[in-house]
Design a protein around this ligand. Sequence first.
Ligand SMILES: [Zn+2]
Length: 142
Amino acid sequence: MFRPRRSSFRSRLRLSRGRWLVIAILSTVTDSLPPCPECSSEYTYELGALLVCPECAHEWEAAPADEAPESVIKDAVGNVLADGDTVIVVKNLKVRGSPTSIKVGTKVRNIRLVDGVDGHDIDCKVDGFGPMQLKSSVVKKV
Ligand SMILES: [Zn+2]
């Protein structure tokens, strides 16, 4: 015959009552906290550096509030550039080892953004010059 284990049931009840008290107190200030990743409860609260879920008792590390902004590369006039963009050169550019320079208005297709040396953050191929790296400050998105 099944006999419920009363003592453990009672202590569990007490525990959950305590949790609900915590929820009642904290629910007014937890609006900005992320929901529990385990049970998606919204009643999470902060405990030091941790976030705690009162419903499933899951504890996890809070993501840093100010995440580093994604590095954005902008052209000469502030347009955000992306891989595959076509740009035009807005400045005559001397090319090392070449008698001619890249002229203003030269169209450069299919750029690739790179973490280049010295601010040369665009990897591309310029017609007549071949592959090279340019600074985003000398181009404009088309
Ligand atoms: Zn949870």
